[in-house]
Design a protein around this ligand. Sequence first.
Ligand code: PGA
Length: 260
Amino acid sequence: MKRKPTVFGNWKLHNTLKDSEELARAIIDGAAPYADRCHVGFAPVFTALCTVAEHTRKSTTCTLLAQNGYPKPNGAFTGEVSFSLIKDVGCTGVLVGHSERRHLFGESDELVGEKVESALQTGLTVVLCLGETLDEREAGHTWEVVDRQLTSAMFHVPPALRDKVIIAYEPVWAIGTGKTATPLQAQEVHALIRKRIEENWLAESAQSTVILYGGSVNAKNAQELFSQPDIDGALVGGASLKPESFLEIIKAAAESAATK
Ligand code: PGA
């Protein structure tokens, strides 16, 4: 089964409402020529979702994602936003388990698992982020860590919802540092993730699950990363904040489809 190349932007804590709206419009227009060959989406700050949704709703090119969500529908959870409200505002997907959530905000594997379940039950696509720290890699524990994060968050997902899970392998040491994993380092982990999905779900699910790479992806390194057989696209931070660099990455992903 052919997987559609996918490029998502994670805008993190950047951009005013006006900046978010302008960036969204530039990407929606610029991505139009690649829409049939590449699935494009972006995750603005919460305060911009409602406004940006007015543009993504009309667009056939781009989907809207949230950066985070809380696994309870409502209640006394000051400062949190539920997945149902995220859907209500016009998002079709959400990032879950981003390393900044895990490491800066102390999110456990257990909480990430609850979020995956709640977001999927709400009808959102989940972009499940996984990855090892530099210490873990240097100690030879990369696969142990990624496998633990994958297994605890994913393998209880019922068959009917499995096609709503996208994986993003993002080595923590490569995020925002300018250090990218080499295409072969990334491919090695992607292939192991796909193998584990096959063992726990089905060969068919393993072949259809989109696995993105994230960590200092830019216009220069995207093409080589996307040439790897198990790298289906990217989750992009810094380079998604400028339409020019983000569109170059989208172009590289769309073109990679022809070579796989
Ligand atoms: P980066 O961020 O592209 O700036 O390294 C990626 C991410 O955090 O998703």
